[in-house]
Design a binder for this molecule. Structure first.
Ligand code: PLP
Length: 493
């Protein structure tokens, strides 16, 4: 493809993307595709073509074979997992970033990439109300993009392990322990597997809304230390995946002062974005995070209007990362790096090359402003309030945990008058709800996800697509209510 062919194909691509978004906005197609596993292989040749093909044909085949297999994460009825961030500014940021295909690992590899990342993550950090200690401009702390929240936690654990080993060099790796809760994302266990370290998932209860309490942490740390183990990091969560639970960082803060060798990483992959609104900062323990977190990460690519991926990790002390990850062979040395006057982000993450993500976040932050972000967050929280009101009007459905920001977790729990029984035993309720979820997930016009809380099988509804409006939430409730009724009828026969 030459430059003029690119211009033509590029115009066509933008036209098609615009048509796609008009259709999506009007729900002209369903959120889930109508394909079966393995649908694509028979449609494509078994090997790459010998000779290059004309892009007109490639673009047609993209529409014909690939688009029909998408799950549409930006669809107004996408209510599963947590949302994937999106904005047109974000698309353009990725397009321009891709246009220079730049791995920006050292300052010299592209000064603009490094400097924009350090500035834009300072903007983001200030927008979320993080302490000035986390600013790149502080020269001590700072932020950099990681691939995902899972990798941010992995990097934080590697840094904490390194810091601990520097202070206690005789510690055996098999005695070092990571702390999470039973509600922590799989990132905790995965990091343990990758690093060969043990992970203790602390029990959290329904009565505590699945939040980690200080006394639970304290007794685990004391118990393990007595056994000769070496606790070195806690992964706390603001907004767990199953129920949006918020660990009690205020209580953790008072425990932390007695265990200064235990680092604290805060995973706020989804709910961290709510910090943009002053009214949500207290419930998310911002002040305590600012006081004790050694590292903090949130995904702009979830609730933060930024196209996948955009996951910053902020640290209070950049040496925490570079002491663990700076390996500089001669071919990577530069005069600026040697002089220590620049940031070389390769020493802040796992890979060498890195995607150029700061451009899209810069575009998005400028396009929306802080007010635009606040509006986006408040809209989703407001829509969730509408959903919760609708749910409370039902005598078949009830919440399994308090609603958290833009997430509700619910199940069928029929009032006795509805189920013709006094109360259903838990096992029966779980079977009933699996049947219910089976009916919902067989539909293509809506997508929700399942989870298990305290042994209870339940269903999550998470709001966050920029295109979701009140009418979509009302319709989602009608579908849920309808399927609940059918499930109960089938159950009672
Ligand atoms: N942490 C929490 C609380 C999450 O909800 C998720 C994903 O939903 C993750 C981490 C994983 O995010 P990532 O895909 O960026 O690793």
């Amino acid at each position: 493809m030459d430059i003029e062919q690119f211009r033509k194909a590029g115009y066509q691509a933008i036209d098609r993307i615009c048509d796609y978004y008009y259709a999506l906005q009007e729900s002209k197609f369903t959120v889930l595709p109508d394909v079966e596993p393995g649908y694509l292989r028979p449609l494509l040749p078994p090997t790459a073509p010998e000779a290059g093909e004309d892009f007109t044909q490639i673009a047609e085949d993209y529409q014909k074979f690939i688009v029909p297999g998408y799950t549409h994460w930006q669809h107004p009825s996408f209510l599963a997992y947590y949302p994937a961030g999106f904005s047109f500014e974000g698309i353009l940021g990725d397009l321009y970033a891709s246009s220079v295909s730049n791995p920006g690992f050292n300052w010299l590899a592209s000064p603009a990439c490094t400097e924009l990342e350090s500035i834009v993550l300072d903007w983001a950090s200030q927008m979320l109300g993080l302490s000035s200690s986390f600013l790149n401009s502080s020269g001590v702390g700072g932020g950099c993009f990681q691939n995902t929240a899972s990798e941010a936690a992995l990097v934080a654990i590697i840094a904490a392990r390194s810091a601990y080993k520097a202070s206690y060099p005789d510690t055996k790796l098999e005695d070092m322990r990571i702390y999470t809760t039973t509600q922590t994302h799989s990132l905790g266990l995965k990091a343990g597997v990758i690093l060969g370290l043990s992970v203790r998932a602390l029990e959290v209860t329904k009565e505590d809304n699945f939040s980690l309490r200080g006394h639970v942490l304290r007794s685990a740390l004391e118990e393990d230390k007595k056994k000769g183990l070496h606790p070195f990091i806690l992964i706390a969560t603001i907004g767990t995946t199953s129920s949006g639970a918020i660990d009690n960082i205020a209580e953790i803060r008072s425990v932390a002062k007695d265990f200064p060798e235990v680092k604290i990483h805060v995973d706020a992959a989804w709910a961290g974005m709510a910090l943009v609104c002053p009214e949500f900062r207290e419930m998310c323990h911002l002040e305590d995070i600012n006081s004790i977190a050694d590292s903090f990460s949130t995904n702009f690519h979830k609730w933060g209007l930024t196209n996948f991926d955009a996951c910053p990790l902020w640290v209070r002390d950049r040496k925490y990362l570079t002491d663990a990850l700076d390996i500089t062979p001669p071919f990577l040395r530069t005069a600026q790096g040697d002089a220590g006057t620049v940031i070389d982000y390769r020493n802040w993450h796992l890979g060498l090359g890195r995607r150029y993500r700061s451009l899209k976040l810069w575009f998005v932050l400028r396009g929306y402003g802080v007010e635009g972000f606040q509006k986006h967050i408040r809209k989703a929280v407001g829509l969730n309030e509408t959903f919760v009101k609708l749910l409370s009007s039902s005598d078949m459905l009830s919440l399994c945990a308090p609603p958290s920001l833009a997430l509700s977790v619910f199940r069928i729990d029929p009032r006795p008058s509805v189920s013709n029984q006094t109360t259903l035993p838990e096992d029966a309720l779980n079977d009933l709800n699996k049947l219910f979820y089976g009916k919902i997930s067989a539909r293509k016009d809506i997508i929700l996800t399942q989870t298990v809380l305290n042994g209870q099988f339940c269903i999550r509804l998470a709001i966050g697509s920029a295109f979701t409006q009140e009418a979509h939430i009302r319709r989602a409730f009608d579908i849920i209510n309808h399927e609940a009724k059918l499930t109960l009828e089938a159950w009672e026969q």
